[in-house]
Design a protein around this ligand. Sequence first.
Ligand SMILES: C[S@@+](CC[C@H](N)C(=O)[O-])C[C@H]1O[C@@H](n2cnc3c(N)ncnc32)[C@H](O)[C@@H]1O
Length: 282
Amino acid sequence: MSKFEELRFSWNRLGETDPYWAVLSHRQKKGNRWDPGEFFATGRDEIDGVMRDLTALELDFPRRRALDFGCGVGRLSQALVQHFESVDGVDVSRSMLRLAEEHNRAGDRCRYHLNERRDLSLFDDGCFDFIYSNITLQHIPPDLSKGYLRELLRVTAPGGVLVFQLAERHRFIADARTPLGRALGTLRWAGWLMLRRLYLWWRVRIRREPQMQIYGVTRGQVEGIVHQAGATLVDVQENDSAGPDWTSARYCVATPASGACLPKRRRMTRAAAPPSQAAVGE
Ligand SMILES: C[S@@+](CC[C@H](N)C(=O)[O-])C[C@H]1O[C@@H](n2cnc3c(N)ncnc32)[C@H](O)[C@@H]1O
């Protein structure tokens, strides 16, 4: 089973067994204890907050077509429909998408797509004015997530905006204050990672149980990919969306309108975090 197949298997299984908790893993909601009304309200609050932040950043872009990458059961797609003419939600999990269709209150204005590929070739270049992806890329192994990030930049329209969240470093390394501390933290991390990989291998391959893993991509790597695409990183806000063991950030990227040059503006603030996967567990 490849890493991609593991991912698809796990999210399909999670979508069949405890879908809302797999999206927002609050400890007290495990075992199908989310009330769907309460669950979808978190999506509306989150998207309203994002829209307010974009206004504060003075980012003006057309409100025609939006993409929700890793849409799950449509918590955020249904909220995006209030702000855009149409929304496309894309996900690797058939079972999550089945529920998303059931909860679709926007008819043809919201379309869901199953994408079982490592790219987004189902979409043309530059076809979305706005793209949002939260608590999704952090669950995808970095070699794949970096590829998706390039694809998200490809499908963002000129003059469009892409907002996404990624985990960065495990606290073992991020919290170290000295070079020696960092070296020890890295050793500890490497040991922990080896044991965890072994445990997850046993769970997925032997016991056929799903896994929810967090992976980090550094800010430097994100900056490199954005720069290569000719886009501008407008804002980075640290948050706790990857749970207590990881540093995480929400990135806001703007693509230049055709022929235009974007101002080199960049702000770094600490954010009021959007709903996080408070207790990311197995
Ligand atoms: C924690 S859920 C978040 C769902 C949604 N973004 C939200 O906040 O309500 C992560 C979602 O990412 C999806 N996902 C994982 N790997 C993916 C991939 N390679 N392509 C698209 N979606 C993926 C999972 O199936 C799952 O629905």
